[in-house]
Design a binder for this molecule. Structure first.
Ligand code: CO
Length: 137
């Protein structure tokens, strides 16, 4: 059911510094920052040949990332994102199998595509995002 690894998301305490590290030191192609108020995050995509890295930084006082960064002050891996062809079919199948889908309805994510998050407890302790693959990627 799952397809490509769309991205690995890293929570970072200093977004400018993380961007500089990936762009200047690691020599990666790095997109401009994008605010996602609904998710309480600012994201920056690092474009790699075979997948992407999503740098995540808190946006707003109620950002879920604030608590994450309190627990991981240096930053850390936040989630992985797999592509699926049909997000609603995927959610239905996962719920039938007893996995907890955190979002009652898919939300529009950083790429303008519908996404949901799966509870880490059924996923080996890792927060997992599913994103409906776009037809033009
Ligand atoms: Co993500």
């Amino acid at each position: 059911m799952i397809g490509r690894l769309n991205h690995v998301a890293l929570a970072v305490p200093d977004l400018d510094q993380a961007v500089a590290t990936y762009r200047e030191i690691l020599g990666a192609r790095v997109d401009a920052p994008c605010d996602l108020p609904e998710f309480g995050v600012t994201v920056v995509f690092v474009r790699l040949p075979n997948t992407n890295v999503e740098l995540l930084h808190p946006l707003g006082e109620r950002s879920p990332l604030i608590r994450f960064l309190q627990r991981h002050p240096s930053g850390g891996m936040h989630h992985v994102c797999y592509e699926v062809a049909d997000i609603r079919a995927a959610v239905e199948r996962l719920r039938v199998q007893g996995l907890e889908v955190l979002d009652p309805e898919p939300r529009i994510g950083a790429h303008g595509q519908p996404v949901v998050f799966l509870h880490p407890k059924g996923m080996g302790g890792v927060l997992v995002e599913l994103e409906q693959a776009s037809h033009d990627s």
